[in-house]
Design a protein around this ligand. Structure first.
Ligand SMILES: C[S@@+](CC[C@H](N)C(=O)[O-])C[C@H]1O[C@@H](n2cnc3c(N)ncnc32)[C@H](O)[C@@H]1O
Length: 276
């Protein structure tokens, strides 16, 4: 497959998944909430022994590792990502699965042959990709006729967090919006998938609901990542970000913590070849 130079990561709107961020994302993805999400994705993708699977934006490699255990050594799992730090993490995670390979590539230039895969998956990635139609065109190209894909993205406008300081919350979330290229991608993903040639089998929303603030929650890890990201953006100071972050422990201590985020799941099929 084609290898991209390191600056490939800049194709994604300048969002850098460096080593520190990658470690935080890995810790977040080990929480029960995200373990359950991967279980749901695996059920939707429904891979079988011997299949060839592509994970686009494979990140720390948790899903690739789980899929590889299902397809086994007669199958193949390939992961691509623009972050060298993520690729190092995923490569180490799957070192005992020689039928898995990871490579540096952008979602818009996958570097694999036409029709190379039975199935593909991309979770929480297209929201960072500037040219979504190009990425979906690549997804379509590398799937065999009759192949399928599962795509997951969040609608960050759906985030509901209880606070006693609404004005500060609004500004912090406006600063967090800069983390994404498309923070509301699910609203247009269905039409974009159809325009790329796919038929949509399933469109679903799964709320990520945390009425508690403990180490094993999506909420606790995500709010920590947000608190670090927003400093210096949209006028949010370090002190203000820290105060915003500190509120959640206080609310939790009073039994008043609440966070919900809607995640959208799409299962799509590339039409089977038609005999002429
Ligand atoms: C939020 S993480 C999700 C990781 C993984 N899909 C998962 O759910 O565990 C987003 C990942 O997408 C990668 N990424 C961002 N833009 C990309 C692009 N244009 N092409 C390929 N990967 C990209 C990042 O480097 C990062 O590893």
């Amino acid at each position: 497959m084609a290898r991209l130079p390191r600056e490939g990561s800049e194709l994604s709107g300048g969002i850098e998944f460096d080593e520190q961020t990658s470690r935080k994302v890995e810790a977040l993805y080990l929480t029960s909430d995200v373990v359950a999400q991967r279980h749901h994705v695996r059920g939707l993708l429904d891979v079988a022994d011997g299949e060839r699977v592509l994970d686009i934006g494979s990140g720390p490699g948790l899903l690739a590792h789980e899929l590889a255990a299902i397809v086994g050594p007669t199958g193949r799992v390939c992961g691509i990502d623009t972050s060298e730090d993520m690729l190092a993490m995923s490569g180490a995670r799957c070192a005992d699965q020689p039928w898995v390979e990871f490579g540096s590539a952008d979602a818009t230039a996958l570097g694999y042959a036409d029709e190379a895969f039975d199935a593909a998956v991309s979770t929480q990635v297209y929201e960072y990709v500037p040219d979504v139609p190009a990425a979906l065109g690549e997804l379509y190209r590398v799937l065999r006729p009759g192949g399928r894909a599962v795509i997951v993205d969040s609608d960050w406008d759906s985030i509901a967090i209880h606070t006693e300081n609404e004005e500060r919350m609004t500004r912090v979330l406006a600063a967090w919006d800069e983390h994404f290229v498309h923070s509301r991608l699910p609203r247009t993903l269905g039409p974009s998938l159809r325009a790329a040639g796919f038929t949509i089998r399933v469109q679903d929303v799964v709320p990520l609901f945390n009425p508690k603030y403990t180490d094993d929650t999506y909420a606790k890890h995500t709010l920590q990542i947000i608190a670090g990201f927003v400093v210096g953006r949209k006028g949010v100071t370090e002190r203000e970000a820290a105060a915003w972050h500190a509120e959640f422990a206080e609310l939790a201590a009073r039994g008043r913590f609440f966070l919900n985020l809607n995640r959208y799941f799409f299962v799509v099929d590339k039409p089977a070849a038609v005999d002429t």
